[in-house]
Design a protein around this ligand. Sequence first.
Ligand code: BGC
Length: 463
Amino acid sequence: MEPLTKKARIEGITSNDKRDKVIAVLENLVLSDGDVHRIMEVMEQQIDFANSQQEEDRKRSDLFWEFTYVQGLLKGDEKGDYLGLDLGGTNFRVVRVTFNEGKAETTTKYYNLSQELLSGPAEGVFDHIANSIEKFINEEKMSSDTAIPLGFTFSFPSIQKSLKHSVLITWTKSFKCTTGLGEDPVDMLEAAIQRRGGLSVPVDVVARISDTTGTLMAGSYLDKSCRIGLIIGSGSNACFVEQAKNFKKFEDGVKTSNQIVVNTEWGAFGDNGCLDFFKTDFDKEVDRTSNHVNSFTFEKMFSGCYLGELVRLVLVKLTNEGLLFKGEGSTKLMEMGSLPTSYVTEVESDGPEETSHTTGVLQSLDLTADTEDIALVQAVCGLVSQRGAYVVSAACAVLLNHIDLPEVTIGIDGSVYEHHPRFHGYMMELLEKLVPGTKVKIILVKDGSGQGGAFVAAVGSRS
Ligand code: BGC
């Protein structure tokens, strides 16, 4: 079978000897068709375990396979104001959705969280959230005699107990709060609102959802065929519309509707070693130096918190082997975290004959590069990005097989998908091969996670 590789860009290197040495460093980053199919098989096995009624089986899986308790989409007759909160990525957002004759008008505002808050007690984060809601209410000049329904998009692995209540299992991405584990995010939010003496307009927190569910809700508002809500941002995760009869984990099943939304929590897929067959030394190093060591294997292969660091480690290795930058590099290149994911998307913005974006990035890293260096840096960014898009696509293909419909739209939110100029193309390229019987469309659902929070509030507060 044709190898899934992008070796063409390595062909910019003229010396055969150098090319062989470069290929030896990079070849483990290239997935074969066999690897891709094995990822799909392994994921299906993990789903079986996660979906089992036996606790022993469930413990063998890295997936959560959570029932979200979201059992309906917008009907089109919604009226009035709803709020959504979005906590989980680089920015905290407050979203207002006003329904006017079936149309949703959305206002989103960002309230940055400082690094200090992300590693302090959770109360600090929740106080920031409560204060930001108050600011938003004032900036938006909101008023209401009754409490405004609010959906809280809280994007960390949590066991969902009902639409509103859940228990936080672990912080992820850049969040490393010292408290909060084992607690209910909605309780923490309500306590913070009380601590500040309430809000000038009362809110009624009706739901806690994950950003994937928010994206699915917002995606299905844009496109009726949307069945998967996917995040490729700081972290990654996916939810999808599953037939209720296939959700076997609950002894009595789910009888309230035929279709349900399942949150896979696939970020930790592979933590039990099931993806070790293609893990590289670069992946191991990213894990070793990350905030959450020995966990979140899958998301560390491509999401925004890690993609740049992966590329940096590959460049360091090539430099140390004398294959890049005349073996010298720069102090900056050697510093952990000095190559953010935005630099990778920048390099990937150069067309086949272009170098200007790459040169800009190399200058920011104080690197002096010749033509071959530039070509090689482009090849590395391409390979690491392509591998990332391929592993996500393999996992999406598994969900598409579950959905089993002729036409499915995948709604995606998140900085990597939004800003990376080639991620979409890489994903489509592989999905067309993996699920030839399904017409797959991928759409950007910008700010869908927070908007979806407000949508779920509208659906959840329906009388
Ligand atoms: C979290 C998920 C979340 C995803 C995308 C992951 O780190 O575990 O709950 O949905 O990031 O934000």
